[in-house]
Design a binder for this molecule. Structure first.
Ligand SMILES: Cc1cc2nc3c(=O)[nH]c(=O)nc-3n(C[C@H](O)[C@H](O)[C@H](O)COP(=O)(O)OP(=O)(O)OC[C@H]3O[C@@H](n4cnc5c(N)ncnc54)[C@H](O)[C@@H]3O)c2cc1C
Length: 563
């Protein structure tokens, strides 16, 4: 894995050593018993986190900027080693790219095509580790590569067997060639005109925002302070010119304050360069952001349990059609963009590309009217030279250390977040002269761990928390009521999200604590007033707050509706 280091350690003036503390015992969380929803402490409590943050008298060992997969992974890693960790997220956990992925925990067939074997092997290994540590959220998904040309069966058949071999002991199911009949049996809606057969292989699938939430809880359980709606506005430097903390602004109160730290880690994904320029206004650009769009269709377009993978579209992209919850995700595109924003907007050309290609492989051609939701995300790709094609830019991660000691980690993928975190903490601990402590996350279960979560039915994504969520439904007067006839979301989930998962806005609940916004954007907009009312009761907010929330959500969510 790439790891650039500016020989900075040699230049460090004196040694800054973190205070000594007893290493936190490695905790392998057992499946939990039902929580007592009336009496137990919340899983996450923003007010409590804020109190602990501002009252801290000594510098944090690690202060992380950014609450996506990368930053939260670092918070888990650092806290489970016993370091004092704080993580600040300007909006909500996963508001950036980490809730907008294709939802695959995969080695990356694309990188195999590019011949990047080390990256594929590392990702396949991480895939296996993650399925072991979060079995309630990572599942095996069969993919079918449909064959329309004579050479595709041997070519992709061999390619997928190489993929299996690279996974070694971390393998999922075995790949094999399928006859035309078996291909149609698995994908009844596959375009049959010219179909010769297919190749089946296996990869991992997950719910990105939900895994991230469970990771945030895991970080908190390990002792990290994690706060959303808290933006880093400036870096703080000592007389020696080294970064020794941040200035932060609370998005809820507008209050600003300073926090001190031995090491500050920039894990802001597509926003990497903005934070690097807080450190050095002349810092060169390392981010080459690229936008990817997904369409969400009704499940009738892809019944059955298998996904479709098209390895090579006209312009060399990979196209997926994937069953996910009760719908189908079709994606993705790869469009270089000039600047990162928190709500990237799909381009018309991307929508047209996806509809056109989906129609080529499905018997019924999807139209704009069939699209339940469309969402875009920004790949935080690290590029060296301008003019590189983003599809060929490396998905490997890069650790940079600036002359003033800001650690930046960028690039990579969701699948490799754990390894990225290990590398980032190793760099930061060396830089800040923290007492060396080994990484333990390979063996650390993610909160919600449950080996048989499927027995919880629709609440399976909550894993070991499912019985407690169910108990809350019963304890709340309207807990079991559906929020909307077209959404598989109950009113009690809103209460759970507010009480236990630090949901602060209607967007937090409808886009990430539940996946309503991407399952059906129109239905989510219609459900927003009800969500605002339920949240207001728990958070103690007035009607003006509810109106503002509904207006903000409706305006934002309009971009997810295809007219
Ligand atoms: C379309 C698409 C599909 C993908 N599919 C897959 C896939 O199937 N599998 C896979 O493994 N990978 C996939 N990826 C890649 C993966 O999603 C990303 O690599 C990963 O989510 C990046 O996480 P991150 O934490 O680095 O960035 P982000 O998730 O964007 O997090 C960065 C966070 O930093 C916060 N932030 C920024 N500035 C500040 C500040 N000043 N103060 C505080 N917080 C700040 C932002 O609000 C944001 O929440 C996909 C990516 C895209 C775009």
């Amino acid at each position: 894995m790439t790891g650039r280091h500016d020989d900075l350690l040699a230049m460090l003036p004196g040694i800054r050593r973190a205070e000594w503390r007893v290493p936190r015992r490695r905790v392998i969380l057992p499946p939990r018993n039902v929580r007592d929803v009336e009496t137990e402490d919340p899983l996450l409590d923003r007010d409590d986190m804020m109190r602990r943050l501002v009252r801290r008298e000594t510098p944090f060992d690690l202060l992380i900027i950014g609450g996506g997969a990368t930053g939260v992974g670092i918070a888990i890693d650092g806290a489970s080693r016993g370091y004092g960790v704080a993580l600040l997220e300007q909006a909500d956990f996963g508001k950036g790219t980490s809730s907008r992925s294709t939802k695959l925990i995969h080695g990356g067939v694309r990188y195999l095509q590019q011949g990047n074997v080390p990256l594929v092997m590392e990702a396949l290994k991480e895939r296996g580790i993650l399925r072991r540590n979060a079995p309630h959220l990572v599942r095996d998904l069969p993919f079918v590569v449909p064959n329309y040309q004579w050479w595709e069966a041997p070519f992709y058949g061999i390619g997928m067997r190489v993929y299996d071999a690279l996974a070694g002991k971390y393998g999922f199911g075995e790949s094999r060639n399928l006859s035309r009949e078996d291909t149609i049996g698995r994908i009844p809606t596959i375009e049959q005109d010219g179909l010769r057969g297919g190749v089946i292989y296996h990869d991992g699938q997950f719910d990105d925002a939900r895994l991230l939430l469970d990771m945030v809880v895991t970080a908190a359980e390990q002792g990290a302070i994690v706060v959303n709606q808290l933006a880093v506005t400036e870096l703080r430097k000592g007389a020696d010119g080294f970064v020794n903390g941040v200035h932060a602004r609370d998005g809820e109160t507008g209050e600003s304050f300073e926090l001190r730290a031995y090491a500050v880690i920039n894990a802001t994904g597509p926003f990497t360069d903005a934070v690097r320029r807080m450190d050095d206004p002349a810092a060169h650009t390392v981010m080459r952001p690229s936008q990817g769009v997904h369409l969400v269709l009704d499940r009738a377009f892809l019944p059955g349990d298998s996904a479709i993978m098209v390895p090579h579209t006209d312009d060399g992209r990979i196209l997926f059609a994937i069953p996910w919850h009760d719908c189908v995700l079709v994606g993705t595109t790869d469009t270089p963009i000039a600047e990162a924003t928190l709500e990237p907007v799909p381009h018309e050309s991307e929508v047209a590309f996806l509809l056109e290609h989906a129609a080529r492989y499905l018997t019924r051609d999807p139209t704009r009217a069939d699209v339940r939701s469309v969402f875009a995300g920004i790949r935080p790709l690290v590029g060296a030279e301008s003019g590189d094609e983003t599809a060929t830019l490396s998905r490997e991660h890069t650790v940079l250390v600036s002359r003033s000691g800001l650690v930046t980690i960028a690039g990579g993928k969701w699948t490799t977040y754990r390894k990225m975190a290990e590398d980032a903490v190793d760099h930061a601990a060396t830089l800040a002269s923290l007492e060396p402590r080994p990484c333990v996350t390979r063996e650390l279960n993610i909160h919600g761990f449950h080996p048989r979560a499927d027995k919880f039915g629709p609440l399976a994504p909550y894993g070991a928390d499912a019985p407690a969520v169910q108990a809350l439904f019963a304890a709340h007067p309207h807990g079991s009521e559906l929020l909307h006839a077209r959404l598989p979301v109950r009113a009690g989930e809103v209460v759970w999200a507010v009480r236990h998962e630090m949901a602060r806005t209607v967007d937090d609940v409808l886009a990430r604590r539940t996946r309503a916004l991407i399952l059906d954007a129109r239905a989510a907009i219609e459900a927003a007033p009800r969500v605002a009312a339920i949240m207001a009761q728990d958070l103690g907010r007035d009607e003006a707050w509810q109106r503002d929330q509904v207006d903000a959500f409706t305006t934002m969510a309009a971009a997810y509706v295809l007219l």
